[in-house]
Design a protein. Structure first.
Length: 247
């Protein structure tokens, strides 16, 4: 699994174009907003640094707000705020705690009525089914960010309240490994402390075109996998059917 350089630049540019702020003359942040980039770089390494710089500024602003709330005795302050961390910053134990909680959710009976989604067999499937059924209403709309923020929070709460998970939903900074290959990242290297490995190779048609993005279209080259996942904590035992039976 590997992103080509043109795709990397396209995705980075799209991410930055919607995130880059207009320069401001005054700021009390460590990072002065006037010095922030306003155009996405065409160099993948520089573009990744730009995203990190924006994230650092956002973190500083959030910390300042939380510190201010602490002085006002707000119910949400810097002493009790939940922190979602990037996957590579988690210890092996923290990674395993997370994937074990997901496996736990996959072992619990679904709440979604069979008449609504016959394929929903587990609590994990509940979240998959919800996202599929709402796809046309929650993408390419003004509610995209708000809906997915609440959706992620609900999933996080299910992991914590139903499966005893003590951490918070981690995230993956894909830009760190988009140029070098996803299979080399700690998240997708197929180890016991990853989220998964690459699937078995499946021969198929040529490029995959992501709909409703153009023009220009986003075209993904055929990857090196596509079949059953046979490594990592979510590997399947039935090679032919990829049934949801975990090893």
């Amino acid at each position: 699994m590997r992103f080509s350089t043109p795709l990397t630049l396209t995705l980075l540019s799209g991410r930055l174009s919607s995130a880059l702020p207009a320069p401001q003359e005054e700021s009390t942040s460590t990072i002065v907003q006037a010095s922030l980039p306003t155009v996405a770089s065409t160099n993948p390494s520089v573009a990744s640094d730009q995203v990190d710089e924006l994230a650092q500024l956002a973190q500083q602003q959030a910390n300042a707000s939380l510190t201010d709330n602490a002085s006002k005795r707000s119910t949400c302050n810097i002493f009790n705020v939940a922190v979602r961390r990037e996957w590579s910053s988690l210890s092996n134990k923290e990674r395993k705690d997370y994937t074990n909680a997901v496996l736990c959710l996959q072992s619990k009976k679904a709440n979604t009525p069979t008449a609504l989604v016959p394929g929903a067999k587990s609590r994990y499937d509940d979240f998959v089914a919800l996202h599929i059924n709402q796809t046309l209403n929650i993408h390419y709309t003004g509610t995209f960010l708000g809906w997915h923020r609440y959706y992620t929070w609900q999933y996080e709460q299910a992991l914590r309240n139903e499966c005893g998970y003590k951490g918070y939903q981690p995230y993956w900074n894909w830009a760190n490994t988009a140029a070098t290959g996803m299979e080399k990242s700690s998240m997708l290297d197929g180890s016991d402390y990853s989220m998964s490995g690459n699937g078995e190779y499946l021969a198929g048609p040529g490029e995959i075109v992501i709909a409703n993005t153009g023009p220009p279209e986003i075209r993904l080259p055929r990857g090196s996998g596509g079949g059953c996942v046979k490594s990592g904590p979510f590997k399947v035992c039935l090679v032919c059917t990829c049934a949801s039976i975990r090893c």
